[in-house]
Design a protein around this ligand. Structure first.
Ligand code: MF3
Ligand code: CO
Ligand code: CO
Length: 270
């Protein structure tokens, strides 16, 4: 593929993008986010994860965009749909959603060569009390991580903000998966860990684009990958949740590329 890269790389191999590049990320992020806004109406008991994925694929096509996940390392689908104790990379299929199931839907699109990557939690039917707390804590941990994004802070500051909050709520942060740099590529340096120590790791600079996507478990943090080589589940079968935004470091803070125009990133459950 012929990528037209802009900017420069830091000594850690992290790309510093140019001012004009934010608009490309914004457009890609807005589409991914709009798809997640619109898919909410299609999540209900009795539907399947395969049907939800089919609708997402159609939305990507209708927008004239490209799914980043179809064909990625052999992955075949336009989304990952991770239900209950599935931590991430759940493969859409004939699984029927039942009342009270919670699910993460993760969509990555390519618009004019720029990647927009975001995920949120949904519920089929009425949200169980325990899941509500897990979802709230996971969402809030992401937003606390984003609040730590500004030039001069470090990636360790982001991880620390997430970890200390999650553990204060007696939940655990998954260590086996992390966020990532992105831009004109899907996955680039650095690994964005959702745990860490203040002041450690690369220093944040204006022009860095990356995701923050904490996975939080009600039980222990360990995961295992099923024989399909994709589906990651909690080893102890406890419930898991995840939220993901794509962000850029600005001169004085952060720009979230995947904000919800409908303001339903964290859906309020009725
Ligand atoms: N969107 C996921 C992420 O947040 C990656 C999915 S890769 C796939 O990085 F192949 F599983 F789709
Ligand atoms: Co991601
Ligand atoms: Co994602």
């Amino acid at each position: 593929m012929d990528h037209k890269h802009t900017g420069r790389l830091t000594k850690d191999g992290i790309r510093i993008h140019e001012a004009a590049d934010y608009a490309g990320m914004h457009a890609a992020g807005a589409l991914a986010s709009r798809i997640l806004d619109d898919i909410a109406a299609h999540v209900f008991p009795g539907t399947t994860t395969g049907k939800i994925n089919e609708i997402i694929h159609q939305m990507v096509d209708d927008a004239g965009a490209t799914s980043a996940t179809v064909g990625y390392k052999g992955y075949q689908h336009a989304s990952c749909i991770s239900v209950n104790h599935v931590v991430c990379h759940g493969i859409p299929g004939d699984k029927v959603l039942k009342e009270g199931d919670i699910l993460n839907i993760d969509v990555t699109v390519i618009v004019d060569g720029w990647f927009g990557d975001t995920s949120r939690m949904y519920v089929a039917g009425k949200l169980p009390r325990k899941a509500e707390r897990l979802i709230q804590v996971t969402h809030d941990s992401l937003m606390l991580g984003i609040e730590a994004v500004r030039p001069g802070n470090t990636f360790g500051d982001i991880g620390h903000a997430i970890q200390t909050y999650v553990e204060s709520q007696r939940m655990s942060v998954v260590r086996d998966f992390c966020g990532h740099g992105l831009g004109r590529v899907f996955h680039a340096p650095p690994n964005v860990l959702h745990y860490g120590r203040p002041g450690t790791g690369p220093v944040l600079e204006e022009g860095m684009f990356f995701t923050i996507e904490p996975m939080v478990n009600l039980g222990r943090p360990e995961t295992k990958t099923l024989p399909d080589d994709w589906t990651a589940v909690t080893r102890d079968k406890s419930l898991s949740a995840q939220f993901e935004h794509s962000v850029g470091v600005t001169a004085d803070g952060v720009e979230i590329f995947t904000l919800s125009a409908a303001d339903t990133f964290h859906p309020t459950y009725g």
